[in-house]
Design a protein around this ligand. Structure first.
Ligand code: 13P
Ligand code: SF4
Length: 323
């Protein structure tokens, strides 16, 4: 069984690494697979993990929505979340009785860091009665204060599910712009930004179109509205793969984090991926070595108070009831 997993890992990661780089990493991967068995652990991996972490050692890979949902389906004693801190917190909120680990506590997120629970309380005072939707890229503290959570995969649906004609959308100002394009409701944004996706400009799209007229250009909704207005498809990280599959595209340019294209290369060997990627320094903090150490030493555990879990869970459950 392990040899089969290793073979699949070599095939997937082999789209990006040289055979000697795979040889160097293979013992670590074997160690992680063994520790996973010994500890009855499950590994969840976000689509932005590097190919060596994404392939083979992950039991479930996906976007934020899929990982949140799937985390609830396992009966493992330990959930190791390979992604950023707010994602591991979300897994803890949804699975309070399990030990939830992240391999590096410093794997943060510029969006999650742009807003505090106190900021949300101030917004409530300023806009009494206006519902507050928070993008899942926020701290547990913010999740306790808002009415409902959304992800990049369901943001418009969540906003449309609310009775009010005016909705506050936090903390991603660009996601709010992209929602505004698709709803008649008035969206009030918060000025948070993803440090990776904010780097893309309209000019980048124009240059890409001119240089690669046949390519399908795909962006994440954390990009500015002026960028998403010009691309062929905008969607969550998992929706990007679905779009490539369904559109039959043979040349693709992704305006998102670098590992996305690297990982999709394994799924779509015939598609020509043109690199125009940006690196998320937070996602890149998760390495095979740190994953091995985290499982071996059962660190770093996500700990939240019962009250935080209860209140943050309510806003996540409201989202999960809609989608
Ligand atoms: P997805 O939910 O689309 O995977 O996005 C998470 C994220 O952090 C993108 O920057
Ligand atoms: Fe946060 Fe942007 Fe990194 Fe996603 S890519 S984790 S939104 S900083």
């Amino acid at each position: 069984m392990t040899n089969k997993i290793i073979q699949k890992w070599r095939e997937g990661a082999g789209k990006v690494y040289l055979p000697e780089e795979l040889d160097e990493r293979e013992p670590l991967v074997r160690e992680i697979l063994e520790l996973k068995k010994q500890k009855n652990a499950i590994i969840l991996g976000h689509n932005y993990m590097t190919p060596d972490v994404y392939h083979g050692i992950s039991d479930v890979v996906g976007d934020s929505l899929e990982l949140a949902r799937r985390s609830k389906e396992s009966n493992a004693d330990i959930i190791l979340f390979n992604g950023v801190h707010f994602m591991a917190e979300t897994a803890k909120i949804l699975n309070p009785s399990r030990k939830v680990l992240i391999a590096d506590l410093k794997a943060g997120c510029s969006l999650a860091e742009s807003m505090t629970g106190e900021d949300v309380r101030q917004l409530r005072k300023k806009y009494p009665g206006v519902p507050i939707v928070s993008y899942i890229n926020c701290t547990a503290d913010v999740k306790t204060e808002v009415d409902i959570i959304c992800t990049s995969a369901n943001a418009v649906k969540i906003v449309e599910s609310l009775a009010s004609d005016t909705v506050l959308v936090v903390p991603d100002g660009y996601l709010a712009q992209n929602i505004q394009k698709q709803t008649k409701k008035k969206i009030i944004p918060w000025p948070g930004k993803c440090m990776v996706h904010e780097l893309y400009t309209e000019f980048d799209v124009d240059v890409a179109r001119k240089s690669f007229p046949q390519a399908k250009i795909i962006a994440h909704p954390e990009c500015k509205e002026t960028v998403t207005a010009k691309v062929d498809f905008t969607g969550s990280t998992s929706q990007m793969g679905k779009y490539i599959r369904e559109s039959g595209a043979d040349q693709v340019l992704l305006m998102t984090e670098c590992s996305m294209g690297d990982n999709l290369r394994a799924e779509f060997p015939k598609v020509n991926f043109i690199s125009s990627c940006q690196t998320c320094p937070h996602m890149k903090k998760i390495t095979l070595e740190k994953v091995r150490d985290a499982l071996r030493d059962e660190k770093y555990e996500i700990l939240l108070s019962d009250d935080t879990i209860k209140r943050a869970r309510a806003s996540l459950d409201r989202m999960l009831a809609v989608v």
